[in-house]
Design a protein around this ligand. Structure first.
Ligand code: SF4
Length: 292
């Protein structure tokens, strides 16, 4: 009987920040009965449906939660959101990831100290919008690829969206023209989880012919894992859950199963169980190897 080696990462499932946010939201729903959440808590439909089922309502404005309980998601929010909550008598459950809360505090302090804040990231990403809201929305939001000319900036403080790739952050630093900036401070804000998962894909593609990434395509960090696998020339597929799994993986002797930071570990387990079922039907056995 033929055997397929299945490499799965021990990091699969939620990152600490997302797990904390989901747990805090579920606790708040149990305590208050009805709670609002500003924007989608995680990029995962199953988690969103579960939260809706226990009394969580997803809203786009602070006003919609007036007089109630509002969860700030792991991405965090601008300072004005907290101010508005106070004005409207809203109880805040702050599920901002501690790594991002730390960035808010640093940005606020540096801005007060006269630094021009530069955020390398996606201008429409909620995390970036939130960070910018701690320096009066005066940050330069930069893609890190075009040359950035820091004319008339005496002091510059540069940081990265937590899910940016490490290589992109290094390239960004090289693209800065700092003739006029006397001080340039760079804060390595890329999250440890993001770095580890990206490193894991890079390592695993050397020993695997095919990589299955489990997660929602609208999640930046999940998409990035898929892109890294494809860019390295590896066959890869991005699936939301077990229902999307095909038998394509059976063409390879070594297959990897990885997940984005907003994918529940149960969804990965279901994909693994489905792989075993498909393989068994074709008289192929699966040998699971766990990777750090
Ligand atoms: S990816 Fe990192 S920064 Fe973002 S929520 Fe998870 S632990 Fe926090």
């Amino acid at each position: 009987m033929r055997t397929v080696q299945l490499y799965k990462s021990k990091m699969n499932g939620f990152c600490n920040g997302v797990k904390r946010a989901v747990d805090m939201t579920a606790d708040a729903a149990a305590r208050y009965g009805r709670v609002f959440c500003l924007g989608e808590l995680v990029h995962n439909k199953r988690v969103t449906d579960y939260l809706k089922g226990i009394g969580v309502e997803f809203v786009d404005t602070v006003q919609a939660a007036a007089g109630g309980v509002l969860v700030i998601r792991a991405h965090g929010a601008a300072k004005r959101v907290y101010d508005e909550c106070e004005q409207k008598g809203i109880t805040v459950v702050d599920a901002t990831c501690p790594s991002i809360t730390r960035m808010h505090a640093i940005v606020e302090r540096k801005y007060k100290d006269g630094y021009r804040i530069v955020i390398v990231g996606e201008s429409r990403h909620p995390e970036v919008i939130g960070i910018n809201g701690w320096c009066d929305d005066k940050a330069i939001i930069w893609n890190g690829e075009d040359k950035l000319d820091l004319i008339e900036c005496e002091k510059v403080f540069l940081l990265y969206q937590t899910t940016l790739t490490y290589e992109k952050s290094l390239a960004a630093a090289k693209n800065i023209v700092k003739e006029y900036a006397k001080t340039l401070e760079v804060f390595d804000s890329i999250c440890y989880t993001t770095k580890s998962r990206q490193e894991c894909v890079k390592t695993i593609v050397n020993s695997c012919g095919h990589v299955i990434i489990v997660g929602d395509g609208s999640s930046t960090n999940t998409r990035r894992l898929y892109d890294i696998a494809v860019e390295s020339g590896c066959s890869a597929e991005l699936i939301e859950d077990a229902r999307m799994l095909s038998d394509a993986f059976l063409r390879f002797d070594n297959v990897a199963l990885l997940s984005g930071a907003s994918t529940p570990v149960e969804v990965c387990d279901e994909v693994e169980a489905e792989m075993v079922r498909i393989a068994r039907d074709r008289r192929v056995s699966i040998r699971v190897v766990c990777k750090a």
